[in-house]
Design a protein around this ligand. Structure first.
Ligand SMILES: Cc1cc2nc3c(=O)[nH]c(=O)nc-3n(C[C@H](O)[C@H](O)[C@H](O)COP(=O)(O)OP(=O)(O)OC[C@H]3O[C@@H](n4cnc5c(N)ncnc54)[C@H](O)[C@@H]3O)c2cc1C
Ligand code: SF4
Length: 470
């Protein structure tokens, strides 16, 4: 363990950000650098508490007290070795993970938890800067071939793990660039795409092939891949967005969040010239429907477009400021959070039902809203509050109300079974067909990057076991 009384000596360091007025003018990351001394002090706060609940809080099982101790001693290469033993891409999770580990940190019972995510990012970036992150040097090849469909974090983790085992891996991606939601979902100001590309380039140098702009099921039949490769891994994500089929839905100005975010990211990343005018939020009254993280990304992007006003509404009621008794430590705290995007300017409201989209000449001009009172959340029952109905001006509504699972075309072509929630059905990541595997959002439903990496690692283990039987 590092400094015995570190948690008594040092406060948690809150990350500092570029001023709002400056950062909304660009799409770059805006976290201010943290000094080596401060990082060392943050690592020193780890108590090495005996039963590190953070291990199980982290879906990857990152060995957090061990890398904290190494950072405290200034042994960054050792810390990187510990971190890499469980996490293929700590440069991603160190930036955009909601850090469930911190929710289960023992110090968090009666104090601020250790800044685990910050320490993770620092280790990862030190490793890249020092040149410790190198392509895999594969000495023995197995001669076995694997196709991975989808290049999000799950697909990248599967590919990385199987490459290390000596298999020949080809990743197929329908988008023009690799990374899945890391590339075109999560905005650039949260995750710089140079960081994503750096990893993809390194994976290519390791021998992993990337076939971009190829949609399996359309450009190449899925069954063709099945015949060509020894194993097939589906990591296609859960990209089917939930719609809001209420009166007026046909009006121009109402878009799924991902359509808006992807159009914007494509411009920022130089893949398109401009965001189509009908999607752009500039000068508009924007209402983001859905109070979650995807909605928050729409808020950050709308602010950068120069929206006239931004409102984010949520059907569920407002979370409490601190843990409810029904949500004790070490569970993930279901509390009110305000993202950096929301801090840039938005009016947030809860317990609001959208009843109708209103328009003129085919274009959206307003939303009819009503306040609701929840009577039984477990049964999804609520009452509309009489007299609260009103129309708010709105020329752009972005729907960020969740995802319904993976697209079914490729699954139907391959004939793999699905669950009653339309996700891929599996047994230890092996689908109903023994040579086909699945991981990430297409298996578990829309989730988190850290879960996608974790699933990719576990699926790779199953694939490797299967390939050994051939
Ligand atoms: C807007 C947004 C913001 C988010 N922000 C965060 C965040 O800050 N932190 C966090 O932890 N999580 C976040 N998430 C969730 C996280 O991004 C996902 O859980 C994660 O990316 C899932 O990884 P995946 O590899 O399973 O799928 P995806 O990342 O969705 O990748 C699937 C890939 O498969 C490709 N594909 C699909 N079908 C085919 C086909 N037939 N042929 C070829 N390619 C195909 C898709 O084009 C895509 O590139 C966010 C999600 C969204 C929508
Ligand atoms: S990956 Fe996420 S949960 Fe795991 S240690 Fe890093 S920040 Fe915590």
């Amino acid at each position: 363990m590092g400094q015995v009384d570190g948690f008594l000596t040092y406060e948690r360091h809150q990350l500092q950000y570029e001023e709002v007025a400056d950062r909304v003018k660009h799409y770059e990351e805006f976290v201010k650098p943290v000094s080596e001394k401060e990082t060392n002090e943050q690592a020193a706060r780890c108590m090495d508490c005996g039963i590190p609940f953070c291990h199980s809080g982290c879906p990857l099982g990152n060995k957090i007290p061990d890398f904290n101790d190494a950072v405290y001693r200034g042994e960054f290469k050792e810390a990187w070795g510990i971190l890499k033993s469980t996490n293929n891409f700590p440069e991603f999770t160190g930036r955009i993970c909601p850090a469930p580990c911190e929710g289960s940190c023992v110090l968090g019972i009666n104090n601020d938890p250790v800044s685990i995510e910050h320490v993770e990012k620092t280790i990862a970036e030190t490793a890249w800067a020092e040149g410790w992150e190198q392509p895999h040097d594969i000495k023995v090849k197995t001669g076995k071939t694997v196709a991975v469909v989808g290049s999000g974090p799950a697909g990248l983790a599967v590919a990385d793990q199987l490459c290390k085992q000596g298999h020949d891996v080809t990743v197929y991606e329908r988008d023009v660039q690799a990374g899945g939601l890391l590339r075109f979902g999560i905005p650039d100001f949260k995750l710089d795409k140079k960081v994503v590309q750096r990893r993809i380039d390194q994976m290519k140098e390791s021998g992993i092939k990337f076939e971009l702009g190829v949609e399996i099921g359309k450009d190449i039949q899925a069954t063709e891949l099945e015949d060509k490769f020894d194993a097939l891994v589906l990591t296609t994500g859960a990209t089917k967005a939930r719609d809001l089929p209420i009166p007026g839905r046909e009006l121009e100005g109402i878009y799924p969040a991902m359509k808006f975010l992807k159009a914007n990211s494509s411009v920022v990343q130089g893949e398109a010239d401009e965001v189509p005018a009908e999607l752009h939020a500039g000068g508009c009254n924007v209402v983001v429907i859905g109070g979650g993280d995807t909605g928050s990304d729409c808020v950050g992007t709308s602010n950068r477009h120069g929206a006239k006003s931004i409102t984010q509404i949520e059907l569920l009621d407002k979370p409490s400021e601190s843990r409810e008794t029904t949500n004790p430590w070490p569970e993930w705290p279901m509390i009110l959070r305000t993202s950096t995007s929301q801090k840039e300017g938005v009016e947030r409201s809860w317990s609001i039902l959208t009843k109708e989209f209103i328009g003129e000449n085919g274009k959206l001009t307003g939303l009819r809203l009503v306040d609701v009172e929840w009577t039984d959340k477990s049964k999804f029952q609520f009452n509309e509050i009489e007299g609260s109905e009103r129309v708010v001006p709105c020329e752009r509504a972005y729907l960020a109300i969740g995802f319904l699972g993976p697209e079914q075309g490729i699954l139907e072509q391959l004939g793999v079974e699905t669950t009653d929630r339309s996700n891929v059905k599996d047994n230890m990541y092996q689908t109903s067909k023994e040579n086909i595997f699945a991981a990430g959002d297409c298996r578990r439903g829309q989730s988190l990057v850290v879960w996608a990496i974790s699933e990719g690692r576990k699926a790779a283990y199953s694939v490797n076991k299967y390939l050994k039987t051939l």
